[in-house]
Design a protein around this ligand. Sequence first.
Ligand code: FAD
Length: 535
Amino acid sequence: MNPTNDIKIIGGGSAGWMAAATLVSQFPNKEITLIESPNISTVGVGESTIGQINNWLALLGIQDADFMPHCDASYKLSIGFENFYRKDSGQFHYPFGRPYTENNKSELNDWYFKKFLHPDTPVSDYAECLFPQMALVTQNKVHKNLDGRLPDFNFHQDVAYHFDATKFALWLRDHYCLPKGVRHVLAEVKDVKLNDDVGVEYVTLDNGGKVTADLFLDCTGFKALLIDKALKEPFESFEDVLPNNSAWATAIPYRDKEKELVGYTNCTAIDNGWVWNIPLWSRIGSGYVYSDKHVSDDDALLEFKKHIDHGEELDYRNIKMRTGTHRRTWVKNVCAIGLSSGFIEPLESNGLYTAHEFLLRLVRTLQRDHVSQWDRDVYNSATKTLLTEFKEFVAMHFALSHRDDTEYWRDVMNRQYSDNLVDMQPSFVHGYVSAVFGKMRDYRFDSDGGLHCIATGMNWFPTDFPTIQSLNYNSREKCQLPLGNDVASWEMYWKSAIDNLNNRKQDWKDSVKDAPSLFDVLRGIHMNKQIEEQT
Ligand code: FAD
């Protein structure tokens, strides 16, 4: 049994400081030290978060007004995807929060009947009919919804953030970790001494110091100094289903801030990958994620510049990424958090998400004070499942594409995304927790995780009569449904449900048309006013 009183965090990127903040807030009596190299830079990207960050912020007692003005932050209500299905196929959204299905005849399926009976309906209509906060997204507004005018929309759960991740880490360091007692050492780990029993016996710093710990957190980014270089835990690549391994990143000055400062991350598929657009308060973060197997770095930069079409000369930075994860991320007395533990690729903003979700599980494990092999096994199983499911989810964005306009997209379209999908028996699919592919195969869209938004946006939903008929199986009123092939009676039956979707969408829009713009709310926050005054 290993005690965990002395914890050393190696690495001072977002993951390192998030780890330090989490541990010092939950375990004020443990000794927490963060060691970071003054010479090795952080990855310097990672500006888009997802809704689950709110649970982590709440655990640490961090409020919007605390960090947003210091981190160039904005609000994020959704993710837009453009041209992923086909070249010029347009945009669809995956908003945060749960879909609103009250009064629907068949839960999430009502919209598919609408599409079946009115084929000209664009796929972008799906999110607007099911997610009340799309009324804010489409009008570029913010509303805290304290009066409940947008049903089931919980501002503090269903809104995430865009922020400068480097500034966020510095804010955590100066305003949270150091005041609460985290020790900060500026030094580079030069050598690691292993021990068969405990894992890492000590690390040697460039100042000659030898550092021991009960538990080392490896937060050294893609270097993965302890878990990979020292302990040599096998790495399982995601390359087979995720094509991208490189990125160009830049910061774009606003031309028309009130218009360009939107409340969502936009992802646009282009010739050899996709481009992110993340509006922060003072600038737009943008990057081109691509595969250097299909395009050289230089040509990718030309494509990126052409895409953003900005007159001014900007600074561009090239980043190489390794996608995959280690067989185990907690081995003996080393637990990897952040990029060192694994990385999917930036689509769906999963980097910081895995950091805070792994940290929540680490907290749960450390509550027991001592750590046994069982504790580590449970942690490893939970984090592996989380990362694997998310990887499958991100892979669906590529798997569902029908783009064939470049070699890259033809490669994407012709990959085999899951051997499991071919081999799966139905009973296995239904019983298995990690069955994103299985859900896709059977059109089993539950309301969690946005799979239904991505599938619908990418035109993966039933359009043939037999399958659409089978959706009635889930209907609350299934015994009253007209059966058979009589489309006219179907139309009559579904008219009220379709009217319900259309009326609701319009009502939501009307209800927030007078809400303040995102720009105005952020101006208030960045002038250090309270958000309450604005909404
Ligand atoms: P790093 O930032 O690389 O920090 C590593 C730290 O380790 C540094 O402080 C370094 O000095 C230290 N270090 C290294 N070696 C040593 C040593 N020998 N001794 C001492 N210290 C050492 N995530 C999101 O959530 N949203 C996004 O939109 C997003 N976009 C991304 C886009 C790209 C192209 C990439 C590559 C990643 C993106 N991510 C995103 C992921 C996100 O950037 C990371 O998850 C996050 O920044 C955490 O990084 P890190 O702290 O693990 O590593």
